[in-house]
Design a protein. Structure first.
Length: 249
């Protein structure tokens, strides 16, 4: 059985960010499918709850930036969201649709990908629905649940015992002193990444991950800091450098 949790400084995993958002429209099936074809070890994606209680794969709480629609995701049904063009960020790829979580799971269920599922809202209900959907398909053992809201990651870990990813304390919304005790990993944005922070996390048995090193210089810097996983918008530089240095098994 594949070990999804063997990332280390000499076995750095590469995760596609919203698929591979620098190359294809983010959080679309096109982006996820093509990121997998490139050879990523896993996928990161985002969930927001719709008006009719469905899980929409979209980063923002509004549809404005990534579609031709306007307004809050939570003001639309899933069927209504499907009428918008989610290919707006990179229009050369034609019309794309906002996936429902179940569509995404139909795809990843038949892969051996590590899954990073980010809950975008301060919403235990969204977390409950996502975890239930993953559990029905037997995918929780290769999933890390992510959220910027400290109460949500604590809730998910305490109620379900799932692995969670948080963020450095100054980035956590509603940070509390016990937040770190509920994190399996912390995702460090490149502006915050230092060797000192990585060492601090390792001392607390928290896996240090980073996002998003997309060119050679930040990839090399992330390696030097001691990260064990890179989430990339464009994974090409990470693929090349980690292969040359034999840092990805």
């Amino acid at each position: 059985m594949k070990n999804y949790w063997d990332q280390a400084t000499d076995n750095i995993k590469i995760i596609g960010h919203r698929g591979a958002k620098a190359l294809w429209p983010e959080n679309t099936m096109l982006s996820f499918e093509n990121a997998v074809k490139l050879g990523v070890d896993g996928l990161e994606m985002d969930l927001n709850l719709t008006r009719d209680g469905r899980l929409a794969v979209i980063h923002d709480e509004t549809v404005d930036r990534t579609t031709n629609g306007k307004g809050l995701v939570s003001d639309y049904t899933m069927a209504e969201l499907k009428t918008f063009d989610a290919g707006v960020p990179l229009p050369d790829f034609g019309t794309q649709r906002i996936p429902e979580f179940e569509e995404y799971l139909d795809f990843v269920e038949h892969t051996d990908l590590l899954l990073n599922v980010e809950i975008k809202q301060n919403s235990p209900e969204t977390a409950d629905k996502a975890i239930a959907a993953l559990d029905r398909r037997g995918l929780l053992d290769r999933t890390v649940m992510t959220c910027f809201y400290g109460d949500v990651t604590t809730y998910m870990h305490q109620k379900y015992g799932v692995k969670t990813q948080g963020f450095p304390k100054h980035r956590v919304k509603g940070y509390k002193d016990d937040c770190y005790s509920h994190y399996y990993a912390i995702g460090i944005g490149m502006p915050d990444l230092t060797a000192e922070l990585v060492a601090e996390l390792k001392n607390q048995n928290i896996d240090p991950w980073c996002w998003c090193p997309d060119t050679a210089e930040p990839v090399e810097y992330a390696i030097s800091c001691g990260v064990t996983l890179m989430t990339c918008n464009d994974p090409h530089a990470a693929f090349e450098i980690l292969a040359k240095r034999d840092l990805r098994k």
